[in-house]
Ligand binder design. Structure first.
Ligand SMILES: NC(=O)c1ccc[n+]([C@@H]2O[C@H](COP(=O)([O-])OP(=O)(O)OC[C@H]3O[C@@H](n4cnc5c(N)ncnc54)[C@H](OP(=O)(O)O)[C@@H]3O)[C@@H](O)[C@H]2O)c1
Length: 303
């Protein structure tokens, strides 16, 4: 079984993990720092970021370096500000992990007017990845890892006329849409990278069922009931493994999808995911989504 002890030496590699103050992002930042990478722990709240950094430093001694970056994905100007700040200090980016996420919040919008889950989970990361493109190109064999979810299989498409809360709000459906968008984005990005013959790969990963703050918007009783139905649940260190594998293992290829290897991919150790729906591979949908995101974020990838 693959664990973080199998991560190869990452000395000299730079890595950004979004939403790394808690949950699986925290575990990923810690593991990459231990393996020698120069890690930026990105978080929207400065105090939480500082606390997480201090916690990592008390829990482990990394071979690399670790610093914080302030990134609010619900505001596209702040996405730009974060990437500008990083670019002033770094010439290359080897590993970008699009991890931050929000699940089933009350109906709400990003500062730019998009439904919060679609805006944060997908659009913010689309803009971030596009803005970092020059730095990814500067790195030898860079990787972009985007976090999906089993929930991506719960919708068969994206209603483009309901991405700004135009229709009655269904929190789970919108979460599913955001995670389908993440999955389509990761695959489409990899296709475009291949076509452009760039030395960058895009890979998608999901953490199975992991106890984190992600479930904060689900009432406690309901959450406990749902978790009892599922049966098994992982701790963040284990939920982090599929994305860590995708980000670092030499055997990984662009366009692959990793998740836990257990029943229904709820728990386990990294393996190729079987989550697969027609919508994830719908070329027309991917083109539509890409064009929508370019227009919404005003970010174009310099492929
Ligand atoms: N846990 C699971 O079972 C599960 C299953 C499938 C997929 N996933 C995916 O795994 C990823 C990580 O989730 P997790 O379980 O580790 O959840 P988590 O513990 O709630 O962590 C999510 C992170 O995203 C950050 N975030 C939320 N809104 C943000 C914003 N507007 N700008 C920047 N950062 C923001 C959070 O910051 P704050 O702490 O400040 O809120 C937190 O650092 C997500 O993409 C999620 O969809 C998780």
């Amino acid at each position: 079984m693959w664990t973080k002890e199998n991560i190869p030496d990452l000395t000299g590699k730079t890595a950004i993990i979004t939403g790394a103050n808690t949950g699986i992002g925290y575990e990923m930042a810690k593991a990459l720092y231990e393996a020698g990478a120069d890690v930026t722990l990105a978080a929207r709240d400065k105090q939480k970021a500082i606390k997480a950094l201090q916690k990592i430093k008390t829990e482990t001694i990394g071979k690399g370096s670790i610093e914080i970056g302030i990134l609010n994905l619900a505001n596209l100007n702040q996405v730009k500000a974060f990437s500008d700040t990083f670019k002033n200090k770094h010439q290359q980016l080897n590993i970008l992990i699009n991890n931050a996420g929000v699940m089933m919040p009350p109906p709400s919008k990003t500062d730019d007017g998009f439904e919060l889950q679609f805006g944060v989970n997908f659009l913010g990361h689309f803009a971030l990845t596009g803005r970092f493109f020059p730095l990814l190109k500067n790195a030898a064999d860079a990787r972009v890892i985007t976090l999906s979810s089993g929930a991506a299989t719960l919708t068969d498409g994206i209603d483009f006329s309901n991405l700004k809360l135009e229709k009655p709000y269904d929190p789970l459906k919108q979460y599913a849409v955001s995670k389908l968008a993440d999955t389509i984005f990761a695959y489409e990005l990899n296709k475009r990278l291949k076509t452009a013959s760039l030395d960058i790969i895009s890979v998608v990963a999901h953490p199975g069922v992991t106890r984190t703050d992600l479930q904060r918007h689900i009432p406690n009783e309901e959450l406990e009931f749902q978790l009892a139905q599922i049966g098994a649940i992982m701790q963040p260190w284990q939920g982090a493994l599929p994305a860590l594998f995708a980000a670092t293992d030499p055997s990984v290829n662009g366009g692959e999808f990793y998740g836990p290897d257990g029943e229904k991919e709820y728990t386990g150790y990294p393996a190729l995911s079987k989550h697969n729906t027609p919508a994830m591979h719908d070329a027309a949908l991917a083109t539509h989504l890409w064009e929508y995101a370019e227009e919404a974020t005003q970010v174009k990838f310099q492929l």
